[in-house]
Design a protein around this ligand. Sequence first.
Ligand SMILES: NC(=O)c1ccc[n+]([C@@H]2O[C@H](COP(=O)([O-])OP(=O)(O)OC[C@H]3O[C@@H](n4cnc5c(N)ncnc54)[C@H](O)[C@@H]3O)[C@@H](O)[C@H]2O)c1
Length: 289
Amino acid sequence: MKQKIIKVKTKSKNYEVHIGTNLISKLRNILKKNKLSFSKCLIVIDSKIPKKFRTILLRNLNDQKIFTLNFNANEKNKSYLSIDKIHNVLFKNNFYREDCIISFGGGITGDVVGYAASTYKRGIKFINIPSTLLAQVDSSIGGKTGINNKFGKNLVGSFYQPDLVISDINLLRTLPKREIICGYAEILKSSLIDSKKNFVFLDKNFNNILNLKGNFIINAILNSCLLKKKIIEKDEKEKNLRKSLNLGHTFAHAYEATLGYSKKLNHGEAVIFGLMNAVNFSKEKKLCI
Ligand SMILES: NC(=O)c1ccc[n+]([C@@H]2O[C@H](COP(=O)([O-])OP(=O)(O)OC[C@H]3O[C@@H](n4cnc5c(N)ncnc54)[C@H](O)[C@@H]3O)[C@@H](O)[C@H]2O)c1
């Protein structure tokens, strides 16, 4: 299937979301087409991303001065300390607002790097290269960034849209099955909000999607991103409509908090339980039949 491009238009920023295969090896061209230029760049890299992908990415950024920072993605590291570490690299190397920071990782890396980008000198260029299914279908677009604190999850953050999102399907091939299921949870959430047609597509192609089969996985990502685009273009700052994207999440966050945001229960897994609770609760209250 050909590469898909979604154009997101919000009040604060317009940007493209590219979905396809081998995209990180086309990064130089994508940057050129998007007129995105910078002389320095910090890439924050999830430490579980295989070396071969880092090498491809770095090879495609050799026109710029590149700095890298490894990041251990877990909810504990979604913290002030991580923001401080990122800012230190930027300050020590005298980054300007016109320079760039790239998140190369899943939803945790993207949320942290996005927040660091939004707060460094009140905003530096930010490119998101999501490497998990959950991040490709949900967290990489829409501009919600944030960190956790002792009072709860994602309580400190900002709305800061990226300048570009590149969702390369190849990156998903090294993900453990457990993480693919977490991504499926957010796709399922989108289909429940969106349309019966998308829900039926997901249900029918469950195995093809979990096995990352070409057209099926690209269509599943595309449908989810299109719904998110539609919603955030109408309500970027979550005043009303965008709240629908939190379907199941109140319950999910409670489960995650109870288990101390540990690997015992990933965010996506908590979302599956949360969706079940939300549906049952709505049935009890006769809000859904
Ligand atoms: N900003 C938003 O709109 C939004 C939306 C949904 C979820 N989120 C947040 O996203 C987070 C969950 O994101 P996630 O599920 O991507 O978790 P994650 O970032 O922890 O990634 C999951 C695991 O996969 C590993 N990994 C990443 N890329 C890999 C690759 N290519 N190959 C092998 N391993 C790889 C990571 O190291 C980690 O162990 C939560 O903190 C949640 O709150 C944010």
